[in-house]
Design a protein around this ligand. Sequence first.
Ligand code: 3PG
Length: 205
Amino acid sequence: MRNLLAGNPVIPVITLNRVEDAVPLAQALIAGGLKVLEVTLRTEAAVEGIRQIVKHVPEAIVGTGTVCTEQQLKLSEDLGCQFMISPGATDGLLRAAASASIPFLPGISTVSELMRCMEYGHRNFKFFPAEAAGGVPVLKSFAGPFADISFCPTGGIGLHNVMDYLALPNVLCVGGSWIAQPKLIDEKDWAGIERLAREAVELAS
Ligand code: 3PG
């Protein structure tokens, strides 16, 4: 998980409402320089959309997001995803993820949640909801007692604050929906999404 996150400082969080949008959206993000794509399992279109991306956009590194059940962990593997991300972590999820064939990124927003996931061997976390849970100052505070722990903050991140997060030594990457914006997807504005992706890549580099 760490290798995947470290080489890809911005991960677009994608919510698909129509299967037909999956491939052109993934192609736009890849063209803009973003190849790690998190597709949330929040909509009916998500599963078939992921299948289409895996099949038709082989250069994409696709993972599932909003993974909340053990069935969704199994589904992520079956779909050919390369990683899976949860906004939180339960004992059931952590136990099942331990024997999964692809890496799992649990979500935490407090010290005790983080320590509980560390008991299962995790060293990389989604910090969610990043801005609402205290943002940059919290991650700076985590760096003291948890020096070897890394984060992918997500939630409330956009162009206005992405660099504040990426400047932190314990932040490997950030996630967010500001690139694959629902409005632009609805309008099928693939050029606009590609532009936002390129802008994020340029900022992050
Ligand atoms: C999510 O799971 O919704 C992500 O954290 C995205 O959050 P954002 O929409 O605030 O970027």
